[in-house]
Design a protein around this ligand. Sequence first.
Ligand code: ADP
Ligand code: MG
Length: 474
Amino acid sequence: MAAPWEDVLRNEAAVQEAARVAVDAALLAGVLMRTEGEPNASDVVNYAPFTLLPSAVPSALFEQAYAVQQDFNLLVDAISQNKEFLEHTLASTIKVDDFTARLFRIYMQVLEEGLAQSVFLGINRSDYMFDRGVDGTPALKQIEINTIAASFGGLTSRTVAVHGQVLKVLGKSKEASRLLPNNPSKGLALGIAKAWELYGSPSAVVMFLVEEVQRNIFDQRCVENELWNRNIRVIRRRFRDVFEKGSLDDARRLYMDGQEVAVVYYREGYVPKNYDQQNWEARLLLERSRAVKCPDIATQLAGTKKVQQELSQPGTLEKLLPGRAEAVARIRATFAGLYSLDVGEEGDKIAAMAIADPDRFVLKPQREGGGNNLYGEELRQVLEKIRDSPERTSYILMDKIKPQPAMNYLLRAHSPLQVSECISELGIFGVYIRQGEEMVMNKAAGHLLRTKAIEHADGGVAAGVAVLDTPYLV
Ligand code: ADP
Ligand code: MG
C-alpha cells in the first residue's frame, strides 16, 4: 500500500522546499481557515492543516466506497421514514441521553402535527478506514455516517491542485497527473439547487444555519458560491437569528427577515453545546416549517451511533431495504463489529468482554464532532464504573479498526515540520432528494481523505487532530 515517494521522505532539503511551496499553494488555492484567535473575522486567515504528500489508498477499496454510497443514501432515507424503527432503536438511548431525547421529542412533535415538508434533501458523508486483516490485506470498514453538517467538501476540492504541485516540485510529474479531480462542494450545491427548484418559489432563498463561531467558513463558502453562480440567493443565519426573526405563515412557509426560505442547510445543531432553550425553540420552528431541511430531524436521528449499531443486527438491513439484497450485501460488507450495551444479559456479556480486552474496542457515546470516544485504559475504567448502571446504554461498543500506518508530514500553521506515522480516513459524500415517495436524485458527490498521526486515537480536522489529504490510488 506504500506510495511511491518513500525516497523523498528522507531527503530533508527536498521536504523543506516542498513544504514552503505547499503552504503558499494552499493559500493561493483557498485551502483556508479562520484563526483560533479571530474565529469570526476574515482579516486574519491561515491555511487549513494538510499533509505534505498525498496518501496511498487501495483503489479497490476506494471504488468499493463509491459503489456503496447510493445504497447508504437509500438506507438513511428509509430509516428517516420509519417511525417504528427509530422509536424502537432509540428507546433505551433516550432514557439516558438527554440530547438525543430532545431531538427525539421534536421529531415526535413534528410527526404529530403532520409534516408540511414534501421535498427531502439528504447530504451525508460515510467515513471509512482500511482495516488491516490478519493476512495483511486491507478491508474497507465504516467508521460512521454523518447525516448532518458533514464538512470539508469545499476545502478538499482544493487540495488536489496543491498536492499535484508538491509532487511536481519533488520530480514526480507522472504521479501528479494521476491524482483524481474531486469537487464535493459542487455536488452538494447541485443537490441544494435542485431541492430549491422543487420547492417551487423562485423568490425564496437558501438559508445556511451556521454556528456562533465560524472558523470553517471558507469550506461553507465553496458551496455557497456554487449556489450564487446559479443565481440562487443564500443567507447565513444562526439559531439565535431564527429565534428572534423567524416566523411561519398559515401554510407553514418559513420566513426570515421577510424573505421566504426554501432550503435550510444545517452546518450547526449536531452537538448539545449548539443549543440553549431559545435555540431549541428555533430548531422546532424550522422543523415544523415546509422548508426543505437538510437534514430534517428524522434524518439527523438516522445518523446516531445507536442506529448504526442496530443496523448491524441480523435481519435489520433486510427489513429496512426490502427486495434489495445486493444493496444490503454491499452495505453489510463495510460493517465492523458493533455491540449494544443495553441492559440485560447480552449487554452484561459485552461489557465484560470489553473490560477484559479494552484495546480491541472503541466505546462511543451519542456525540458528533470528534474527541468523544473512549479507548484502551480509559474505556476500561469508564465501563467498569457504569457497567451495572443504565447509563451504559448511552454508549455503543465497536471493534477497533487497525489500519497500516504510513509516514507523512502534517503541515499546520505555527508547527514545526516533522515526519509522523499516520493513518487515514476516507469519506464519501452522498446527496439525494426525495419528493413525496419518489427519489429524484441519488448520487455520490466526491470524497474527503483525512489523515492523522497514530498517537491520536480520535478527532477530526475541526477538532485539530486530523488534516486534509488527497488519495493516491495504488
Ligand atoms: P464523531 O462523530 O465524533 O466524528 P466517529 O465515530 O467518527 O465520531 O469517531 C471519531 C474518530 O475516532 C474517527 O475519526 C476515528 O479516527 C476514530 N474512530 C472511531 N471509530 C473507530 C474505530 N472503530 N476504530 C478505530 N478508530 C475509530
Ligand atoms: Mg466522525
